[in-house]
Design a protein around this ligand. Structure first.
Ligand code: ZN
Length: 74
């Protein structure tokens, strides 16, 4: 995948972390379910989350592919 900013080839890997990750429209306290328009990418107390991701280390950008995940959209 090419970087949308500088067009360099991006490096494929994973975004790894623990517990919960969500894309939210506005900052708010963590809630169990996504609010309208939000995307809950992972919510797991037991194991890490892994999301396929590409990185451009020039521009410090990360693109996440969540098409293979079961995603809850608000
Ligand atoms: Zn770039």
């Amino acid at each position: 995948m090419d970087c949308p900013k500088c067009n360099n080839e991006m490096e494929q890997g994973y975004l790894q972390g623990m517990r919960r990750v969500a894309w939210v429209k506005n900052k708010h306290k963590v809630s169990l379910l996504p609010k309208q328009g939000e995307v809950l990418l992972e919510n797991n107390n037991v194991k890490d989350f892994l999301l396929k991701a590409w990185i451009c280390k020039n521009c410090k950008k990360i693109i996440i592919d969540y098409s293979n995940k079961e995603i809850r959209e608000g």
